[in-house]
Design a protein around this ligand. Structure first.
Ligand code: LLP
Length: 388
């Protein structure tokens, strides 16, 4: 479990809780590892900033040479404001861009995710003559229904059966679809990634002018228990094999793009909170450890039954079983739900805690601060610190 390498010995001595603390070193190491991956006709690593759009993380990754994936026109605008150059940004959004002309003028690479979005692109006076197209290939591999982004139950991307309609529409406007984008969810199994790229290549076959394939993100990390860690290098080997084979068969040499979010940042952040109360529900009940944080800062457990490792910083020998809960006035504000099942509770064995102790929630670099709830119970935003 890579997250255990987080330098908790170097947490700032004075630190308000709750606060997110990020390790620049760990962010840099993951970025370098991703950049070291290779595919036969070139690889672009785009950081999906939805995972964490903190300006320092954007700056660090920009300096290291990562490119970016924006999931809304607001994310794209945020990247431009941070000084990221337009052509290194790819925009693939569910909502049509509020600032389409501006983004196109800045050179942002646009991915249409529906026929309507393709029409809007064609109607902009600033559109280049090439565009990306996101397709739903009809399969998905999320770890649960809420993270599955392909298949009939997912609204993301143009349904594959309408591919020719998109080609025709683009052609009418003298636009070439040169980039195919698919993102089908999260996974660790290289074989599943092999199937994903097979599905993508079958679609490339129907898009004769595509030269770039963006296979999306969803490279899973091991946060807890028997979760599987995606070996990015091994997955890229599978990609490479498939791309070489495709090139032999068709003569088409595709440049590959990947869009990891979680994989790049999850381990590099922790949330430091404080135990503010300890209550129980009697002999047949539970002991609840209440923190000064909760679903407003970390929504993942309540949404997906996601698991995050936790540690009471004062490491007492004695251990206890606790249900760790947040401070929101909401029964579902449970930080230790049953795995993948937010309906149920699962107790954690932790060092015996006392009110006032600090508790660290690990692997909080991805989709915690960026997915925080605004305004609920008027709790203020958590603090942010960066350490080396
Ligand atoms: N590219 C696209 C088009 C995406 O929709 C996503 C994630 C990514 C890249 C990055 O995926 P990643 O590598 O971070 O898995 N909020 C969730 C998972 C849903 C992510 C939605 N799309 C979580 O907390 O795990």
């Amino acid at each position: 479990w890579i997250g255990m390498n987080f330098p908790i010995d170097h947490l700032p001595e004075v630190l308000d809780t709750p606060s997110f603390v990020y390790s620049r070193r760990m962010l840099g190491e993951r970025a370098q590892q991703a950049l070291a991956c290779q595919t036969p006709f070139g690889l672009t690593v785009r950081y999906a900033i939805k995972a964490n759009s903190h300006p320092e993380i954007i700056r660090l990754f920009d300096e290291l040479g990562l490119q970016f994936d924006a999931s809304s026109s607001y994310e794209a605008a945020l990247l431009l404001e941070q000084g990221v150059s337009g052509p290194t940004i790819s925009l693939s959004s569910q909502q049509p861009a509020h600032n389409l002309d501006e983004l196109l003028q800045a050179g942002v690479r646009y991915v249409a995710t529906s026929l309507h979005q393709l029409e809007l692109f064609a109607a902009s006076p600033h559109h280049p003559n090439t565009v990306g197209l996101r397709l739903n290939p009809g399969m998905g591999s999320g770890h649960n229904n809420r993270t599955m982004t392909g298949g009939v139950n997912s609204s993301f991307g143009l349904w594959h059966a309408y591919t020719e309609q998109a080609v025709e529409l683009a052609r009418r406007h003298d636009i070439t679809i040169d980039r195919l984008h698919i993102h089908i969810g999260s996974g660790a199994d290289p074989r599943l990634w092999g199937e994903a790229i097979d599905a993508a290549l079958a679609l490339v076959g129907r898009l004769p002018e595509v030269t770039i394939l963006d296979i999306g993100g969803g490279f899973k990390v091991h946060r807890f228990g028997d979760e599987q860690e995606a070996d990015l290098a091994a997955i890229c080997e599978v990609f490479s094999r498939k791309l070489s084979q495709f090139a032999e068969e068709t003569g088409r040499q595709l440049h590959l793009e990947i869009e990891p979010g979680t994989w790049l940042v999850a381990y590099a952040g922790v949330l430091v909170a404080k135990v503010v109360d300890i209550v129980d529900t009697g002999a047949d009940g539970h002991t609840f450890l209440r923190l000064d944080t909760g679903m407003n800062d970390v929504t993942r457990p309540g949404m997906y039954g996601a698991q995050h490792e936790m540690m009471v910083l004062v490491g007492r020998e004695e251990q206890r079983e606790y249900i760790v809960v947040g401070h929101c006035c909401e029964t579902g504000d449970i930080l230790t739900p049953a795995p993948n099942n937010p309906e149920n509770l699962a107790s954690r064995r932790l060092a015996r805690a006392e009110i006032g102790d600090k508790l660290v929630i690990f692997d909080a670099g991805a989709y915690c601060q960026s997915m925080s709830l605004k305004q609920y119970n008027a709790y203020p935003d958590a603090g942010t610190y960066f350490i080396d």
